[in-house]
Design a protein around this ligand. Structure first.
Ligand code: DON
Length: 424
């Protein structure tokens, strides 16, 4: 069978193709000269399958889509405390290039607006890096997200740096506020080079999929940043990634996202996929008109809104059974599915409301796919309490769904890989 996903993506592109509204970014002369009709989409699953349609091999400059990735590198290299001291995480409600700083601290309000992004640029790489070393670290880091070496479009860089008066003003203010060290112009030069990196929608979908996949590039397998860094970055993308359009974006589309003035747009759906679109005409917030439309469509047709959860599946508690007789009888509580906090709570509730009656009891994880870290602790506490209540406790866990099964203080459990291990 041929997968219907490419057909679906092609059809989505044709549904927005005739929309010529919006305007090209004209404050960077080179961008104003780009072909406004380009249109492309790519989707990369969290296990690395890439689908794309339209002008998928056309390269364009990454622009502000570099910001979440550089913020990730800054967090990884300088640590959360240092980065938070210099850039806050509050939505500004302002345009991307607004000259706005937090009262009292002089910090930029978030790393998605230019002031915050220029600051994040200075926090990536080692503290004593030269401007050139820092920019190289950033290019290498973004390349690791993309799974291939990215290079700077020198024409776009020259075009932007020669007119970057506003970003220079921002960098000078940041220096005056003691937020960045060193020469402000170096920060603007490095930031402008970062924005001029050439990408295709396929690169961007893979970069977004790396965020969706807890910081591990799903194609190369390279761990680029930690899961904790990804959590921070996706949270900031969700609240600030679409600038003064962020509230409408989050309510209508509901995916952590980032746009760029060259017409790129990415969305990262945690645990599922990265999506990228390319269409250069922009709305009044600087976001791609047809890109926003495509994402709206994907959200409603593919159920991607983060706040929309699937209806509850079958209960984690699958049932109970009694095997064997007399002293050898074992009461087995069978669990199923993916167990997180709410599922583990169901197990604890079940054990409290309807206590196990045999001396020998077993919890079966034979049909359990995964046990989250919190659920693991809750289940082990159940084991500990069952031991303290006088039970001999077994865990039937053929696939090792519950790692390191140590119930701690006073608890005891015998782990077996099949039922026969306790019933015979
Ligand atoms: O700093 C700038 O103005 C550009 N290099 C990036 C702006 C941008 O992409 C805004 N996003 N939509």
């Amino acid at each position: 069978m041929r997968s219907p996903i490419p057909d679906y993506l092609a059809e989505a592109l044709s549904s927005v193709e005739s929309d010529e509204s919006g305007a090209m970014a004209d404050y960077i002369p080179e961008l104003a000269a780009a072909n406004p009709d380009r249109l492309a989409v790519a989707l990369c699953t969290e296990d690395g399958r890439l689908y794309s349609q339209g002008d998928a091999d056309v390269a364009f400059s990454i622009q502000s889509i570099s910001k979440p990735f550089v913020y990730a590198l800054a967090l990884a290299d300088s640590g959360f405390d240092e980065v938070m001291a210099k850039v806050s995480v509050e939505p500004s409600g302002d345009a991307f290039n607004e000259i706005s700083f937090e009262d009292g601290t002089g910090r930029p309000l978030n790393p998605m607006i230019n002031a915050g992004a220029i600051t994040a640029h200075t926090l990536a790489g080692p503290r004593d890096a030269t401007p050139t070393e820092r920019t190289s670290r950033i290019i290498d880091g973004l390349s690791a997200f993309a799974g291939r070496h990215l290079s700077v479009d020198e024409g776009v860089y020259e075009s932007e740096i020669s007119t970057a008066y506003r970003n220079r003003a921002l960098a000078n203010m940041l220096r005056a506020n003691d937020i960045i060290d060193g020469e402000p112009l170096d920060a603007v030069v490095g930031y402008t080079r970062q924005c001029a990196l050439l990408v295709t929608v396929e690169d961007l979908a893979l970069m977004a999929a790396t965020l969706a996949n807890r910081g591990v590039n799903p194609l190369t397998g390279a761990p680029v940043v930690s899961a904790l860094v990804v959590r921070q970055v996706l949270s900031v993308m969700a609240t600030c990634g679409m600038y003064d359009g962020a509230g409408h974006w989050m309510t209508n589309v509901g995916i952590p996202a980032k746009s760029g003035v060259a017409g790129g747009l990415i969305g990262a759906l945690p645990g599922q996929a990265g999506i990228a679109t390319f269409s250069p005409r922009l709305d009044e917030h600087g976001n791609s008109v047809r890109g926003v439309d495509l994402f709206r469509r994907f959200t409603s047709e593919m159920g991607m809104h983060l706040m929309e959860v699937p209806p509850p599946g079958p209960s984690v508690v699958r049932g109970r059974e009694l095997v064997g007789t007399g002293d050898q009888a074992v009461q087995i509580l069978s669990l199923q599915g993916r167990i997180r906090f709410a599922g583990a709570e169901r197990v604890l509730r079940d054990l409290e409301n309807d206590p196990l009656t045999q001396k020998r009891v077993a919890i079966s994880l034979e049909r359990v796919a995964t046990v989250g870290p919190v659920a693991r602790r809750m289940l082990l506490e159940a084991v500990r309490r069952l031991t303290l209540d006088g039970h001999d406790v077994y865990l039937i866990d053929p696939d090792g769904a519950l790692p390191d099964p140590d119930p701690g203080d006073g608890g005891r459990v015998t782990v077996v890989s099949e039922r026969l291990g306790i019933t015979e």
